[in-house]
Every structure is written in C-alpha cells, then in structure tokens.
Write a protein that binds this ligand. Structure first.
Ligand SMILES: *[C@@H]1O[C@H](CO)[C@@H](O)[C@H](O)[C@H]1NC(C)=O
Length: 489
C-alpha cells in the first residue's frame, strides 16, 4: 500500500486552529509565537530532528491538543500560545514528551520512544544567558520520561555536572527501551555563552528550516560525557520486557563519536504497519546510477536500504557542495540532504512493497545513522592537523618493549615519544607537537585540550578512546603506509 503524508497533516491541522503552518517535514514556521512574544534566547530549532520525531508521534493521539513540540522548548510566555489544555507551562515540555512516548510505545516504535526521551532532555529557552529553566514538578506518566529533566543553560551555575547527569540518566533510559544509549549525547547543548551579554544570544543557533538541527549541521554541539562514560553508565541496564520485542532490537544507530559508518541491520518488521510514512523531503528520490566520480564524493555512508545515498560532490566556489543538482555552502548540510534523499527513496520503496522485510522505521534508523556519520565527518573535516597526520593514541601491550599495556601515539613519525603508563604524558606531548611542530589550527589545539581533559577523566582503553573521539580520530583505523606515513582510513 502506498501511504501519503496527508492524514497526519490533516489531523495536525484539525487539532491546531492557531497552528504553525506545516510545510515540508520539520519545516514549521511559528509566526504566531515569533510575532507576538518578545524573543527569549532563541534555540528551539537547534535540535529539529527530535522535534520532528516527537511531532509525528504526538499527533497520533493528542488529547491535550498541544499545538506543536516546539512550544515546550520556548519560555513560558511564548509557550502559552501552543500549550492546548496544559495549564502548568513549566510542564508543557514534559507533557509533550510524555504523550509522544506513550503513543510511540503503543505503536511499538523504539525510534519514536527514543526521540521522545531525547526531546525531554533538550534545553528550554530562558530569558538570558546563564539563567536556568524551571523544572517541572509534576510526575510524568511514563517512568522513563520521569527519569529525565531538561538540559540547563551551559553558563548557569553547576551546569556541566547537571547536564552530564542528565545525559547519563537519558542514556540509561535509552538502553532500557533497546535504543542506542550513545544517542544521549545528541541531547547536549552549546558552549556556554557570556553571562554579561545582554543580547541573550550565547553561542546558540536557531535555524527553523534546518532539517537535522543547526546544532548538528553547524557543529556546535558540546558533548556532556564521553562515549566510555555512557557505556559505563548503562552497563547494568537491561532492556525492559515488551519494548524491544516487537521493534528493532537495538537502534542500529552509530554514535556520533564511535563507528559512525555502521550501517543499520535490517530488522524484522517493526509493529507499526498502519502509520503513514512522512516523506523525508520533497526532493527527488535517490537514483541508483551515480553520475559523480567516487573521487569527489564526500558521502561515505555505506547503508544501502532503498539504494545508496546520492553522492555529495565537492568543488571550488561559493557553494562548493552539490547533491542531485542542489548546491550547499557547507558540507554538513549537503550530507544531510543526501541522507534525506536516501531516506525518501527507502520509505517509498518500503511503502510500495518493493523492499520486502524493510519498514519505514528501518529507513528512519538508516537516516539517523547516515546523519550521525555525516556529523562525525564534519567534525573531522573541521580539524586541521597542520603538516601532521592523525594524532590518535593507542593503549596496547608491547609498546616499545613493555609487557604491560601503555599509551603511545600510533603515528610515531609525527608524534615520536616513548610509551607511557599515564596518558597525560602522551596527550600533552601530542597537543604540544600539534602546536609547535605541526602548526595545527587554533581550533585543533583547543580540541586537543578538550581531548586531554576527556582522556584524564578515564583510564586505560577508555582514556585513549576519549582522547581520540574528541579529535575525531581512531587508533584502530590508522594504517601504516609503505612510505611510513600514517593515514586514517
Ligand atoms: C517512529 O517514530 C519516528 C519518529 O520518532 C517516525 O519517523 C517513524 O515514522 C515512526 N515509525 C513508524 C513505523 O511509524
């Protein structure tokens, strides 16, 4: 059967008389909220992909007539315009997540439940930089949602510790529903703004028509925890009965830091067959015949459900990236479009029955993995190691004659230093070399300092992983070329 997006849009409009106008998926204009209310620190569109997931699931059954998930992220004055029957505006955010979670759970949709959990952890707008938002004191219907509260302004008091706790709690809830706990990092917020800046802008972004969310496409997300910390936090968490059974076992989504190119395993039928698919975008479907030479193709995602993601060509010029004839200023946006086109083709194929055994949920999981791979690639592309190649650190036995495990840079040509038992010795040497010898960019030096801090918070392999993932490099992927230069594959 071929599904159309129309029923969902119709329901949505029926409920929302003063509603924002739905355009394409994710593209919703909130002229009402924007026109009538003085703007608070605007960032409600920073994580658009989760608003979109929540919107789809909220609208399956919306007894409180919440007009759109975005209202839950606005300050109370603006939120009032879209709160429907919810009167405690401090709780609109939670009520929105709670209802979407309930609906997604009833539909056996793990992606929907994960999106609702992540949405619940997103920061709400507040009136100025450094001001924390008020916590909802009502208890959510779903214990998974009740376990999570929203991120706080990174410039507010104690935010780093608070936000880290939130991300680890979120990771546990994600694990409990059978989703990838590393997705919790995507709920993170921006670098702290200047508390004396009375424009209230901080380091935020707020692009309403950025499908994925500008915090991802502009690479502004700050990780609240390391991948290793998340893994440790979920080590004792079992998948609750009745959640994963009728859905993909574990969301086959690559974490932003680790193994970004993992392609989603096809899962056996998600129990949600009657939900209409919302086409990802109105752009043309992916074509299997790629006209662009692979040498110039920036799209390296390997998932092939519904056909490969169309190539992203790069060239010189003001809008150097292009996908199926559309040009883009930045790589992230181009990769994201490519992922969306692939998803559209996949959803069409799943709905038309030409891909037996593939559900729209599988296509969405593929798109999430594709976007995660894109974010990781953008992060890597942004770092310039100057004249040196990747500074990944390994933790292994047998390094320069030792029997025990120790740390060392894989690339001993650019980062020539004996192994050490304390990663600090190696990480600070690597950062120094990047600055003095390699003449790496200032952004890279800053990232190296962050990587050092992350590494110091862990031990052993986890410390090496934390260092490498903060720099977007991987020791496992370093290969020694015949000419003794090290490159990352
Ligand atoms: C599950 O929810 C996601 C949004 O979180 C949505 O995109 C997807 O279409 C839903 N899956 C099904 C099978 O309804």
């Amino acid at each position: 059967m071929k599904y159309e997006s129309l029923p969902i849009v119709a329901v949505f409009l029926g409920l929302a008389t003063a509603a924002p106008t739905p355009a394409a998926k994710n593209v919703v204009t909130f002229s009402l909220a924007r026109a009538m209310v003085p703007r608070e620190v605007p960032q409600e569109h920073s994580h658009n992909r989760f608003l979109d997931g929540v919107r789809v699931n909220l609208n399956l059954n919306n007894p409180n007539q919440i007009q759109d998930p975005v209202f839950g992220l606005l300050g109370n004055a603006a939120a009032a315009a879209g709160a429907g029957k919810i009167t405690n505006l401090d709780c609109l955010h939670q009520a929105t997540a709670d209802q979407a979670f309930t609906n997604a759970k009833a539909a056996g949709n793990v992606t929907g439940q994960a999106d609702a959990l992540i949405f619940a952890a997103l920061e709400r707008n507040t009136g100025k930089v450094g001001l924390a938002s008020v916590l909802c004191t009502e208890t959510a219907v779903n214990p998974e949602i009740a376990a999570i509260s929203q991120h706080q302004d990174p410039a507010s008091s104690g935010a780093a510790a608070i936000n880290k706790k939130i991300v680890l709690a979120l990771a546990q809830q994600l694990a409990s529903i059978g989703a990838d706990p590393q997705l919790a990092l995507l709920s993170g917020t921006f670098a702290p703004g200047n508390v004396n800046d009375n424009t209230g802008k901080g380091n935020t972004c707020d692009t309403a028509d950025d499908v994925e969310g500008c915090i991802f496409s502009q690479n502004l997300l700050v990780d609240d925890a390391t991948a290793a910390e998340i893994t440790a936090a979920v080590s004792g968490v079992a998948v609750a009965a009745g959640t994963a059974a009728n859905s993909p076992a574990a969301s086959p989504v690559a974490s932003p830091a680790a193994s970004p190119a993992a392609s989603p395993a096809a899962s056996s039928g998600e129990a949600c067959p009657t939900t209409p698919a919302v086409p990802a975008t109105s752009v043309a479907a992916a074509s299997s015949g790629n006209a662009v030479a692979s040498a110039t193709n920036e799209q390296t995602f390997t998932g092939t459900l519904g056909g490969a993601a169309p190539p992203v060509a790069s060239s010189a010029g003001d809008r150097p990236f292009s996908v199926n004839g559309n040009t883009f200023v930045n790589l992230g946006a181009a990769l994201q479009r490519s992922c969306a086109i692939q998803n559209n083709a996949c959803a069409n194929a799943a709905n038309s029955g030409s891909l037996p055994g593939t559900s729209v949920g599988d296509c969405n999981a593929q798109e999430t993995a594709c976007n995660a791979a894109a974010s990781a690639k953008v992060k890597r592309a942004a770092l310039d190691f100057g004249s040196c190649s990747d500074p990944a650190i390994e933790f292994a036995p047998g390094l320069d004659g030792r029997t025990e495990n120790s740390f060392q840079a894989v690339n001993q040509v650019d980062f020539n230093h004996g192994s050490a038992l304390n990663i600090k010795v190696i990480s600070s040497f690597v950062c120094q070399q990047l600055q003095n010898k390699c003449k790496a960019s200032a952004a890279t030096i800053a990232a190296c300092t962050t990587a050092q801090t992350a590494a110091n918070a862990a031990t052993g392999q986890a410390a090496a992983d934390a260092f490498n993932s903060a720099l977007g490099v991987s020791a496992a992927k370093m290969i020694k070329r015949a000419n003794a230069a090290f490159v990352q594959i």
